[in-house]
Design a binder for this molecule. Structure first.
Ligand code: HEC
Length: 125
């Protein structure tokens, strides 16, 4: 029994920092604007400017406007990981290019601004 408790403790100790890894970038109008610009230049070629992946698509990039359809999870941590480390067969990793962690946060804020109104986080001042 003791071993199991120890193992559980170890699991929690390793999982907590990983789960807590989402970058906190306030969801302000400035952040959304920076995310929009970055998305247009880096991501729109596969995801479409509107994130729906229907137009201009090269690969099957899914639909970023509906979190329920995300194949790799739609929590902040999961989205950050898809952007930083890549996802599935066709999503490239941007961890090397986006050196400033805030850049990932701006992109995530922008992507979430494309979600349905009732799931979209409010814009902060
Ligand atoms: C070369 C084409 C391509 C580019 C460029 C690209 N993506 Fe993707 N992206 C994909 C594909 C394909 C998938 C689906 C991966 C899968 O099947 O799991 C994807 C998945 C994702 C996901 C996860 C969605 C889900 O279903 O879980 C996110 C978030 C994402 N992309 C964000 C971005 C962002 C932000 C950028 C720009 C920095 C970007 N992508 C650039 C092709 C691309």
């Amino acid at each position: 029994m003791k071993q199991y408790i120890l193992l559980l403790g170890l699991l929690v100790a390793t999982a907590v920092p990983v789960l807590a890894a989402a970058i906190i970038v306030p969801n302000t109008a400035q952040s959304l604007e920076r995310g929009r610009e970055s998305f247009a230049s880096r991501c729109a070629e596969c995801h479409g400017r509107d994130g729906r992946g229907h137009v201009e698509v090269i690969a099957d990039a899914g639909d970023l406007t509906e979190p329920l359809l995300y194949r790799n999870g739609s929590t902040d941590e999961a989205i950050d990981s898809s952007i930083r480390d890549g996802a599935g067969a066709g999503m490239p990793a941007y961890g090397n290019e986006l050196k400033n962690p805030d850049d990932v946060g701006h992109l995530r804020n922008y992507i979430k601004s494309l979600w349905p109104a009732d799931k979209r986080p409010p814009i902060e001042k």
